[in-house]
Design a protein around this ligand. Structure first.
Ligand code: ACO
Length: 329
């Protein structure tokens, strides 16, 4: 643990990784047709906004993608792996039961000695991980963190279930979060409601040397949709109030990228013009804990999100979990 007297944390670099293999909706329609499963580009686009997703190649792991995203974030921040004293990986698709994906990332980066652990909050994972890292930095327990969201959902999809398999993709996003005299993270809120465990889960487990139960994702899409619309609005307002800001102070909204209808509905409720909404769901699908940092990195690198801008990050997903972070870049 490195003591410091700096009061705040701020993001100093972003990075991401997308597997090279891109599957358009047409590719998915063709692949699923071979299994006797019927879907269409029209259905997927109309219901979700998704036009393509990326799937990792056989043998590529969650930590491989996390490391690539982390290297880009470190480069953007002008930092080396040895500068990092905390690694948090948000993932629901870790390489192993244990050790944590964060420890594998530490091994691959060669950034030894600092704390490293995973956060499991499904699609809210990055917002959870960022809040934990901010807390550790503000208490002086860490000074420079890598906060990563990395997921290989293609490995837990049921390709006989058209209601879920067309929705998800693989990828990773990362930020370097550093102790700072100037405020970066302004406020955050994290929530969960375990009464809704059943509506989005992978109920299988490893026991007695084999997987028991169903190790594939299942979701009650409509139940998730209804909850998501409500909590994304209320949590954004709670975070704004905590930070002493209003909707008018938001330069960019970067919500979890699951469904364009949910994202646009959230922007409208916050009275934000849709051109303040960062949307990558059409190209990435739902990459769970990776979706927010991936979208953030895309918008930073294409020049929309600039230093000094105020950004609202929002996550929502299995658990049921949700949360938001308001930050100045
Ligand atoms: N292709 C064609 N038809 C389909 C497909 C498909 N891929 N999937 C479902 N259908 C059919 C259904 O069978 C149904 O047919 P029926 O009316 O004859 O029974 C019809 O389409 C409508 O199905 P619904 O489930 O009612 O479709 P809905 O409009 O609710 O959209 C969706 C489904 C896209 C899943 C939506 O509910 C949604 O986005 N939910 C939220 C998901 C989300 O936000 N997840 C975030 C968290 S993810 C995480 O944490 C891992």
């Amino acid at each position: 643990m490195n003591g410091n007297t700096l009061k705040y944390s701020r993001i100093t670099g972003t990075g991401s990784h997308l597997p090279p293999r891109r599957l358009s909706n047409a590719d998915m329609v063709a692949d699923l047709a071979q299994r006797g499963i019927e879907t269409s580009d029209d259905w997927i686009v109309e219901r979700t906004g998704i036009r393509a997703r990326h799937f990792a190649a056989h043998g590529v792991t969650c930590s491989d993608m996390a490391v690539d995203a982390a290297r880009h974030a470190l480069e953007a921040a002008g930092r080396r792996p040895s500068d990092i004293d905390l690694i948090i990986v948000a993932t629901s698709t870790p390489d192993m039961v244990f050790p944590s994906t964060a420890c594998l990332v530490q091994q691959k980066l060669g950034a030894f000695g600092g704390a490293a652990f995973d956060v499991q909050a499904v699609c809210s994972g990055f917002v959870y991980a960022l809040t934990v890292a901010d807390s550790l930095i503000r208490t002086g327990a860490a000074t420079r963190a890598l906060v990563i969201g990395s997921e290989i959902f293609s490995r837990i999809l049921d390709f006989d279930d058209r209601t879920t398999c067309v929705l998800f993709g693989d990828g990773a996003g990362a930020v370097v979060l550093e102790a700072s005299e100037r405020p970066g993270l302004l406020a955050s809120e994290l929530h969960a409601d375990g009464r809704h465990v059943e509506i989005l889960c992978v109920p299988g487990t490893v026991a007695g040397g084999k997987v028991t139960g169903n190790p594939l994702l299942r979701m009650d899409g409509q139940a998730v949709f209804r909850l998501a619309v409500n909590v994304l609005d209320s949590v954004a307002r709670a975070v704004l109030a905590k930070a002493g800001k209003t909707e008018a102070d938001i330069d960019w909204l970067v919500p979890h990228q699951a469904n364009i209808r949910i994202m646009q509905g959230t922007a409208r409720k916050l009275k934000l013009p849709l051109d303040k909404l960062i949307a990558t769901v059409h190209e990435h699908g739902n990459t769970s804990a990776a979706s927010v940092p991936l979208a953030l990195d895309v918008a930073v690198r294409d020049g929309r999100i600039k230093p000094g801008h105020t950004v609202m990050l929002e996550g929502v997903g299995g658990g049921f979990t949700w949360g938001a972070v308001l930050l100045d870049l």
